[in-house]
Design a protein around this ligand. Structure first.
Ligand code: G16
Length: 537
């Protein structure tokens, strides 16, 4: 049987031959590079996904997207059966297979089948989705060709244009036999709509909370999904949806990454817009809020602020409901120092720090009964242990425990399978409503230390290696010492650098007591990175 697969692969690979020399690795969130370099990678990812499905005897997800990257990039993320990112050992394997010369491909697949003892009689089942990029349909076809090369009769559920979090949801629902929800896009939409309506109740205004906001769809799939979802939320949430797609360019001057990095409003939002705005990213897994105060000053509420809003509210509800559940938070080195302080010193909530990548945060969050995890870039969610779900549902079913009932509402509105901008947005809106808060009240929970992000283009970003959850540099030699010296010149100065896993750059983060100092600190560290990674050392 393996030899039949080998000949089918040889035949099918002719339409997807590897004509590209560039080595393409599995990064922070899958393979990601210029779309025109990816055809052979997608075909091989199709093969890998079909084999992985046979091996774990469950449905695997494949999402074609380059998320926050520009339109001309693309990429692919693989999703394991419980909705988590692909197991690290298979990331290594997928990278090896993606980079093999054509003539070695079938031989390697046969050896993989043999060494991993993959049962070929199990039917492959792969759930496929894609973002709105122009290159996505053809790359999706390449994935499907790869799946079929392994088994012509594979079960392929091609959902077309969906957000990354919907793809994760579909995988979990399919493998869970529907216990998490119905495995369709409509099932996802109605789960969230019903949960949000239950949380808000009959009166959508409370205290200073007004149910009006702008959603910036980043000209991507978030706009498509929001449109569907908002139909079900008429009279509950009044949304002005902007940056809806062509002729608007994906992620261009809009979206969560633009707002976070540029620290400014997206296209089509003005300082007199009169309400809060929520920016999604290109595959709708990140969320950033912003608003202008009465003096017209811009304010941004990023992933840290979202995490603290969730953690504070859940902490509060746990106390009120008298449920004995352990709440914790997970952040990365990018977390603003003030947010970590607020969590540990004011809320008394433990905080774990992991390297960048939701796959790391997600696993660390599962150590708690209620684990709130967010990257500062707005990527995150909350996970609930089985014990937490049962405890909350039991307490809610008594009818008299209002706080437990509210917590039970959040169990349904939150997409725990992965960071989900739209589900996170509904959770934020439900909390602001519950507290009767204006966005300014939320913003004033704590003051962010001024910070800045820079990107440095270098000959080889992998020259930079790190340790201690990316907070310290190991190579190039001497760089950490330079960073320490530079940071020590600034009050509250902190800076770190790391190679991006999604773009061909080294990222530099800097924070300090003033914006001017954060900018200066970041620029000096960026210059040191440029110097020590120039290849002349
Ligand atoms: C992906 C990951 C995130 C990560 C981001 C940037 O997000 O899922 O965990 O923070 O890339 O990663 P890096 O700094 O390594 O480039 P997305 O939304 O682009 O898929």
């Amino acid at each position: 049987m393996a030899s039949k697969i080998a000949s089918r692969i040889v035949e099918a690979a002719k339409a997807h031959s590897k004509t590209v020399e560039k080595y393409i690795g599995y990064g922070t969130a899958g393979f990601r590079t210029k779309a025109d370099l990816l055809d052979h990678v997608m075909f091989r990812v199709g093969i890998v996904s079909a084999l992985r499905s046979k091996m774990v005897k469950a449905s695997i997800g494949v999402m074609i997207t380059a998320s926050h990257n520009p339109e001309e990039d693309n990429g692919v993320k693989l999703v394991d059966p419980h909705g988590e990112m692909l197991e690290p050992a298979w990331e290594v394997l997928a990278t090896e297979i993606a980079n093999l010369p054509d003539e070695k491909l079938s031989e390697r697949i046969v050896s993989l089948i043999e060494t991993s003892k993959i049962d070929l009689s199990t039917r492959s089942s792969v759930i496929v989705g894609r973002d709105t990029r122009q290159s996505s349909p053809a790359l999706c076809q390449a994935v499907i060709d790869g799946i079929k090369a392994v088994e012509e009769d594979s079960e392929i559920a091609n959902f077309g244009i969906v957000s990354t979090p919907i793809l994760h949801y579909l995988v979990v629902c399919t493998n869970g036999g529907g216990t998490y929800g119905e495995p369709t896009v409509d099932g996802y939409v109605s789960k969230l709509v019903n949960a949000f309506r239950t949380l808000i109740g009959d009166d959508n205004k409370r205290g200073k909370y007004e149910p009006s906001l702008i959603i910036d769809g980043a000209n991507g799939v978030g706009a498509v999904i929001s449109e569907k979802l908002l139909k079900g939320l008429e009279n509950t949430l009044n949304v002005n949806l902007i940056n809806l797609g062509p002729p608007g360019i994906l992620n261009y001057d809009c979206g969560a990454d633009y707002v976070k990095v540029q620290q400014r409003e997206p296209l089509n939002v003005t300082s007199n817009c009169g309400t809060r705005c929520a920016s999604l990213d290109g595959d709708a897994d990140r969320l950033i809020y912003l608003y202008f105060d009465d003096a017209g000053k811009f304010h941004m509420l990023d992933g840290d602020k979202i995490a603290l809003l969730l953690a504070e509210h859940f902490n509060d509800l746990l106390k009120k409901s008298q449920l004995n559940l352990k709440l914790g938070m997970v952040q990365t080195a990018y977390a603003n120092g003030s947010s970590t302080n607020y969590a540990t010193k004011v809320l008394n909530v433990p905080v774990t720090c992991t390297p960048t990548g939701v796959k790391f945060l997600h696993h660390a969050a599962q150590e708690f009964d209620i684990g709130v995890y967010f990257e500062a870039n707005g990527h995150g969610t909350t996970v609930f242990s089985d014990n937490a779900i049962k405890t909350i549902q039991d307490a809610a079913s008594t009818g008299s425990n209002a706080a437990a009932k509210e917590l039970a509402g959040f169990l349904n509105v939150i997409n725990s399978t992965v960071g989900d901008a739209i589900s996170d947005l509904l959770a934020v809106e439900a909390i602001l409503h519950s507290k009767g808060w204006h966005i300014q009240d939320w913003d004033e929970m704590y003051q962010d230390l001024p910070n800045r992000l820079f990107k440095v283009s270098v000959a080889d970003r992998n020259l930079v290696t790190t340790t201690d959850a990316e907070r310290r540099v190991v190579t190039p030699e001497g760089l950490q010492e330079r960073i320490d010296n530079i940071a020590s010149k600034f009050k509250d100065g902190r800076s770190f650098v790391r190679p991006s896993g999604t773009e061909d750059v080294v990222r530099v983060y800097a924070e300090a007591d003033t914006q001017e100092n954060a900018d200066k600190l970041g620029k000096e560290v960026a210059a040191a990175v440029g110097e020590l990674c120039s290849g002349n050392n």
